[in-house]
Design a protein around this ligand. Structure first.
Ligand code: ATP
Length: 223
C-alpha cells in the first residue's frame, strides 16, 4: 500500500506578492515526486518552506542546482563531514565506501572538488545527500548544469539508488523531460498564489509515455 506524506499550510509573501497562500501538496513515501513549474514561479521557495517545517527539519537532505562541496576537503572527507556526528568512525567508513561504490566514484575518494568535472562533483553531492541518514531528499534542479550524456548517466544511477534506498524524493524542475524521466508522480504548479494545475501518476502511462509527454507539455505551455 502506498503511504502519503501531507505537506499542509504553506504560506509565503514577498512584500506585496503573495506567493503561497495555504498551499497543500501530498507526496508518496519512498518514491520520487516531481514538481514542475516555470522559472521564477516559486519552486526553490517551496523547497525551503518544506525544509523549514518542524516535522521535516531533522529528516531532510538537500541537493541544489550547483553542488555544495567543501573545496578544502577531499571527496571522502566531504561525505564524512555531513555524517560525522551521526556515526562512529568505522561505521562512517562503510557508509562512505558504499555510496562511492553505488555512484561509481570510488577512485575519486582522495580528489579535491576542483580536480573533478561537474558531473563527478554532482555525483559526490548525490552520494553525500544519500549517506546522510534521513528519509526525505529535496532536490532543486540538480542536473541543470550538466551536459546531456553526463545527465543521462547520472539519472540512470540515481534511479537505481532511489529504488534501493527507498527515500522520499521531492524534486523541483522547470524541465518537462527531467520531470518525466525521474518522477513517478508529477505535479504541475503555477499562478500566484501558487496552486496545483495538474497531477499525473507516471505508472498510468507505462505503455504510452508519448501521450504523457504530450499532456504535460500542453499543460506546461499553457501556463
Ligand atoms: N528574497 C526575495 N525577495 C523578494 N522576492 C523574491 C525573493 N526570493 C525570491 N523572490 C521572488 O519569488 C519568485 C519565486 O522565486 P523562486 O526562486 O522560488 O522561483 P523558482 O521557481 O525556483 O525559480 P528558478 O526556476 O528560476 O530557480 C521569483 O519571482 C523571485 O523573484
Amino acid at each position: 500500500m502506498e503511504e502519503r506524506i501531507k505537506i499542509v499550510g504553506i504560506n509565503k509573501r514577498y512584500s506585496q506578492r503573495e506567493l503561497y497562500n495555504n498551499f497543500n501538496i501530498e507526496v508518496v513515501k519512498g518514491k520520487v515526486t516531481c514538481i514542475l513549474g516555470k522559472s521564477g514561479c516559486g519552486k526553490t521557495t517551496l523547497l525551503n518552506l518544506i525544509c523549514d517545517k518542524e516535522e521535516f527539519k531533522e529528516d531532510v537532505s538537500y541537493i541544489f542546482q550547483e553542488d555544495r562541496l567543501i573545496p578544502w576537503l577531499n571527496v571522502y572527507k566531504n561525505i564524512e563531514f555531513v555524517i560525522a556526528k551521526k556515526y562512529k568512525k568505522q561505521q562512517r567508513k562503510k557508509i562512505i565506501e558504499k555510496h562511492l561504490n553505488m555512484l561509481n566514484i570510488e577512485k575519486y575518494a582522495n580528489y579535491y572538488p576542483e580536480q573533478l568535472s561537474g558531473g563527478i562533483r554532482q555525483r559526490v553531492d548525490i552520494g553525500r545527500a544519500f549517506a546522510y541518514p534521513c528519509n526525505i531528499l529535496l532536490m532543486d534542479e540538480p542536473f541543470k548544469s550538466l551536459d546531456i550524456k553526463t545527465r543521462n548517466d547520472i539519472i540512470t544511477d540515481f534511479k537505481e539508488l532511489i529504488a534501493k534506498e527507498e527515500k522520499t524524493v521531492i524534486l523541483v524542475t522547470h524541465d518537462v523531460e527531467e520531470a518525466i524521466s525521474l518522477g513517478q508522480y508529477i505535479y504541475i504548479i503555477g499562478d500566484e498564489p501558487v496552486r496545483i494545475l495538474n497531477y499525473y501518476e507516471v505508472s498510468n502511462y507505462k505503455n504510452d509515455i508519448g501521450t504523457l509527454i504530450k499532456y504535460i507539455s500542453q499543460d506546461y505551455n499553457s501556463i
